[in-house]
Design a protein around this ligand. Structure first.
Ligand code: M6R
Length: 620
């Protein structure tokens, strides 16, 4: 969702900002723009001015539009916009100017009370040129500055005390071309610290090519950024100490590395990313799992009357899989909640409840507000995030990172399997410590988990066969995905991947539930994908396959190697290595990721940036 880049320093600002916007494209957007402080040609001693260029469409279109322009400047801001208030259009694209054109703003988030502020400003004859809440904010700041005869910094603080909602803003000031003012609440802002230069961005990807030293700005902080100085203050004007962290991110991690798409690269990275999730934690030799965050809260887990899992999208599917794991291995009741529903239905939360928040980005607004609510009610928040230092990671009492590395493809793949690996380790550790899991089974499952990366490699070798199946079914209008037990969340995840990437309508269902409605959809045109690996439901799922065949449905099945029954019934099979049902979801989802990917590509879609989707959903 919206991306922000800004630069101040000795380099040309435009190339830095443009490249940064390209790096942020994965977040999802529908328009892009930049603003630079420039000195009018022919008379450099004139007052500097702000020039704004913005366009509906891709960053590449903006770049083309700017090709012949004079963009010389050492300070500027850039933005990719994912529309919330106002349709995607040139006029609604950021940056937005203040009434007198001396300030320009880029914003990520939503100003919830913008309508009442706008009305106040309209009463004072402010004229707006867009439908956005962002333009209202910069007019509001300008209005405060003029009325109070105060500095921009002070006007920003006053405005933000009135604002309800989430925001990251960066403001250019033509009257102070040596300073950028930025602030955040609820959505992320990273400042890269260079030598005589600073880089501001929504995440580190636009920054790491220039510096690995960064400051993650905290909520309610205002940053006053000059080329060679960074001052942080809170909204009460008290100075805060910037905490400079060294990132350990290589440029290669955010580049395609020879793959056609980030999604494919990330699918293929999974043997390594799952290994990284297990590394230093799963100790097969000593028969133990080392996870400091869990160890510190072990007694709380053992005493917990229940665990509530909150998440969205793919992370919600990981949570659902974890419900099966925790109930079976730890005998703790688990409730799995859509974060967006949980927050607003007055949930019953008891002190001592453990709320596990699962999120790749760690910035999903729905998940963030859900855990803030749970925290207020006295729950213990355990965060499982991929992005180090993200908001959810920071507000959690304890947690575990998934260590999947940057995930750029909008469709989550490697983050999901890393979440499953981490959740599985936690369930194993708690179950063993609580005594609900026998030592023999614990040791067996440790071994099973350790084998996963190599088994994923084996599955990936079948990419050509899966591509072939994808070509056959790419014209389908609908798909049904079915699974039981641990394979039910896998079916849901497979259906979500297909919807996101290929725009084919797909539904995931528990296989047995099919008889209670969806079976009415089945005819010779409907592909039905069964996750049918051998587990305690195998006989039953074979009956479900028969039911579909009897109605002439096309069956595609994910099966275990050595299965001789399902291949006789299915039109197509995708084979995965044998595994215990508790770790099987990590393997069984891989063919479904590949199938969705190849169908999306066969249909000619931009699988890394599917329409309407944002990588990290930072608005509720
Ligand atoms: O960053 P999060 O894991 O919190 O994101 C949650 C969902 O927005 C995300 O999983 C979304 O559903 C993906 N596009 C799925 O591929």
């Amino acid at each position: 969702m919206c991306g922000i880049v800004a630069y101040i320093g000795h380099r040309e600002a435009y190339p830095v900002i443009l490249k940064g916007l390209k790096r942020l494209e994965y977040r999802g957007y529908d328009s892009a723009g930049i603003a630079l402080i420039q000195y009018p040609p022919h008379n450099p001693s004139d007052q500097p001015v702000i020039t704004v260029y913005k366009r509906k469409g891709k960053v590449a279109e903006l770049e083309e539009y700017l090709a012949a322009k004079d963009l010389h400047s050492h300070v500027g801001i850039g933005h990719t916009r994912w529309a919330t208030h106002g349709e995607p259009s040139d006029r609604n694209a950021h940056p937005h100017l203040s009434g007198n054109g001396r300030l320009a703003i880029v914003h990520n988030g939503i100003i919830e009370n913008y309508a009442s502020i706008k009305q106040e400003l309209l009463n004072k004859d402010h004229v707006f040129h867009s439908d956005t809440d962002t333009e209202v904010l910069i007019h509001f700041i300008e209005d405060i500055q003029q009325n109070n005869q105060c500095s921009l910094e002070e006007a920003v603080r006053i405005a933000l005390r009135r604002v309800v909602g989430a925001y990251v803003i960066v403001i250019l000031d033509a009257d102070h071309p040596d300073t950028l003012i930025a602030a955040r609440k609820g959505t992320p802002l990273v400042i890269g610290v260079g030598k005589g230069e600073h880089f501001l961005a929504s995440d580190p990807s636009p920054i790491i090519e220039y510096t690995q030293e960064v400051v993650f700005v905290n909520d309610y902080e205002v940053a006053i950024v000059k080329a060679d100085e960074l001052v942080l203050k809170n909204l009460g004007n008290e100075r805060q100490t910037p905490f400079i962290q060294k990132l350990d991110l290589e440029l290669a991690a955010i580049e395609k590395g020879g793959f056609d798409h980030f999604m494919l690269k990330e699918i293929f990275e999974q043997p390594d990313t799952i290994f990284d999730s297990l590394r230093g934690r799963l100790d097969e030799q000593q028969g133990r799992i080392i996870m400091r965050g869990v160890e510190e809260y072990m007694q709380k887990f053992i005493d917990a009357q229940r665990i509530i899992m909150v998440a969205c999208g793919t992370s919600w599917h990981a949570a659902l899989t974890a419900e099966y794991m925790f109930e079976e291995l730890c005998r703790i009741p688990v409730e799995v909640e859509y974060a967006s529903e949980f927050r607003y239905r007055n949930p019953v939360i008891h002190p001592g409840d453990i709320v596990m928040a699962i999120s790749q980005s760690g910035e999903t607004a729905d998940t963030l507000v859900a855990i803030e609510e749970a925290k207020r009610a006295g729950a213990i928040i355990f965060g499982i995030c991929n992005v180090v230092g993200s908001s959810i990671a920071r507000v959690s009492h304890a947690g575990a990172y998934t260590h999947a590395g940057p995930e750029i493809g909008v469709a989550s793949t490697k983050a999901f399997t890393a979440q499953l690996a981490v959740l599985c380790m936690i369930a194993l550790k708690v179950g063993r410590q609580k005594g609900t899991l026998s030592n023999d089974r614990f040791i067996h499952l440790l071994h099973e988990l350790a084998l996963v990366p190599d088994k994923v490699k084996e599955i990936l070798q079948q990419h050509d066969q899966i591509k072939h199946i994808a070509a056959k079914y790419a014209t389908a209008r609908d798909f049904l995905y079915l699974g039981r037990g641990y394979n039910f969340p896998v079916a849901l995840e497979g259906a979500l991947k297909l919807k996101e990437i290929s725009y084919i309508h797909a539904e995931g269902y528990p296989a047995a539930e099919m008889k209670h409605g969806p079976i009415a959809l089945v005819d010779e045109h409907l592909p039905v994908l069964f996750v049918a690996t051998r587990d305690r439901f195998h006989e039953k799922i074979i009956s479900n396959i028969q039911e579909i065949k009897a109605r002439k449905g096309q069956v595609i099945a994910v099966i275990h190697e050595g299965d001789e029954v399902v291949p006789q019934l299915a039109n197509e099979v995708m084979v995965v290595p044998q595994a215990d049902e508790i770790v099987a979801p990590i393997l069984n989802v891989i063919p479904l990721q590949l199938l969705a990917y190849y169908i999306g590509v066969a249909k000619g879609y931009d699988v890394d940036k599917p329409r309407n989707l944002a990588k990290s959903v930072t608005v509720e």
